[in-house]
Design a protein around this ligand. Structure first.
Ligand code: ZN
Length: 444
């Protein structure tokens, strides 16, 4: 009997050790509904235009009606989870002439839904989509502007992720937000990032969704598997000292947004192996913008999730036929099965991050002219252990790791510091991990 007991204990501890996946994340993938996303994109398109400067009085058309509907959807979700969401408008008055695309004073109104964390309520991971749309002339706020893919798809995905994740409880808070004023100059993101600073929110990062529904690209490729994760290399807020240190210690491709991108890449590869996430090492598309940028500007981690193959005849276009080409961002071009997949990518990453302990804030590295690299970090409340990651300096992903248990320093015997990049992540009780932290201090 005793022997059997010992055997069972050994068996359980082995399986606990091997458990690299949390089956709840597969449930979350399956729970995301393409049908509900289709219904919501259709509703958003039917507001006629959602231009930031459009009508706010009508109950059926314009951005006012659209944002009231989005708020009511979040409130419905909240009613189904015992009021687990705190839903509110966050708004800023933008004055006429603040950029060429603000031709009259306008309230830029975001719709925010906060699912409060049980253990770290002031720690937030954010998913965003955009409320607003536009046609060829960015200041035309009356013409029909369905914005089905740009960006009703991201907005509907965000509403759907709230429905799915509100069935669970998380240690950290999750924010689902519809941002406005994107096409006029990223005003909604600017407003919410400033609000977050004022409130002292501890933001892990923002996963911004902008165009997650087109599978047929101008490049001739049709793929419902590929998608892009855009991330900037290092924060624009870094100090001169940090910049100088990077020259000698490295880190050109290891900023906080890049670590968020790697996290999403890894979670997707683990739980949705049929997908092909492409990490793009740049802030955004060439010369183009998105709502993660104002968060980056404020020093927060943030990435953009979007389709891999864009179609420019279906973005920012008056609806028309010209030389046999049908222009316009209309409902018929959105692939809802694909939008479901990218929504699921968001949902599993929000869940994994919100179930994981915070990352260590200080990670020190040493081992100059020695045969082994050494790492030290601060103890994280809620972590059951830590993983040291490393990779070849040319590799985009953290390819090697060692789980070192509940300690705050470790020497990687025989791993020479010069030949790899290193990082540390905190691991929680259900194996969910924090983002990897690139060393931010040196010791001898
Ligand atoms: Zn756009």
């Amino acid at each position: 009997m005793r022997k059997l007991y010992t055997f069972l204990v050994a068996l359980f501890s082995i399986s606990a050790l091997l458990a690299q996946t949390d089956t709840r994340l597969y449930d979350i993938v399956n729970a995301v509904s393409a049908e509900r996303i289709e219904k919501d994109v259709t509703t958003l398109v039917n507001f006629g235009t959602r231009h930031t400067l459009s009508d706010t009085i009508s109950q059926t058309t314009g951005i006012g009606a659209a944002r009231r509907w989005i708020k009511s959807e979040f409130e419905k979700t909240s009613a189904d989870c015992n009021n687990c969401l705190n839903v509110f408008y966050q708004k800023d008055l933008v004055k006429k002439g603040d950029g060429q695309r603000i031709v009259k004073d306008v309230w830029v109104v975001n719709v925010v839904a906060v699912q409060k964390g049980t253990k770290y309520p002031n720690r937030f991971i954010i998913m965003s989509g955009d409320i607003d749309s536009r046609v060829s002339d960015p200041n035309n706020f009356t013409s029909k502007s369905p914005g089905a893919n740009d960006n009703a798809s991201g907005m509907a995905g965000t509403i759907e992720a709230a429905r799915v994740l509100s069935k669970y409880q998380f240690e950290s808070s999750i924010i689902y937000v519809g941002l406005s004023g994107e096409e006029q100059g990223l005003f909604g993101g600017k407003g919410l990032a400033a609000y977050a600073k004022e409130q002292g929110w501890d933001i892990v990062g923002i996963i911004n969704n902008d165009m997650i529904g087109n599978i047929s690209g101008v490049d001739g490729v049709v793929s419902n598997r590929d998608f892009r994760i855009f991330s900037e290399p290092v924060p624009p807020t870094e100090t001169e000292d940090q910049r100088r240190a990077r020259r000698f210690y490295g880190g050109e491709v290891d900023g906080i947004s890049r670590q968020l991108a790697r996290y999403i890449h890894k979670t997707t590869k683990t739980y949705m192996p049929e997908m092909n996430p492409m990490m793009i090492y740049r802030l955004d598309r060439f010369g183009r913008g998105g709502h993660h940028r104002p968060f980056n500007d404020a020093g927060f981690a943030g990435v953009r999730i979007m389709e891999a193959h864009e179609n420019y005849t279906q973005q920012h276009q008056d609806i028309r036929v010209e030389n046999g080409i049908a222009y316009g961002d209309v409902l018929e071009h959105v692939n809802f099965g694909y939008a479901k997949k990218l929504t699921a990518v968001n949902a599993i990453n929000l869940a994994s991050i919100a179930w994981a302990p915070p990352a260590p804030t200080t990670v020190e590295i040493g081992g100059i002219v020695e045969p082994s690299a050494k790492l030290k970090w601060n103890k994280v409340d809620g972590a059951v252990g830590y993983k040291i990651y490393w990779r070849d300096t040319t590799s985009p992903t953290w390819d090697s790791y060692k789980y070192v248990g509940d300690v705050t320093e470790h020497t990687l015997e025989g791993i020479v510091i010069d030949n790899f990049f290193f990082g540390v992540a905190a691991v929680g009780k259900d194996d969910h991990e924090s983002l990897v932290v690139f060393p931010n201090k040196i010791f001898r």
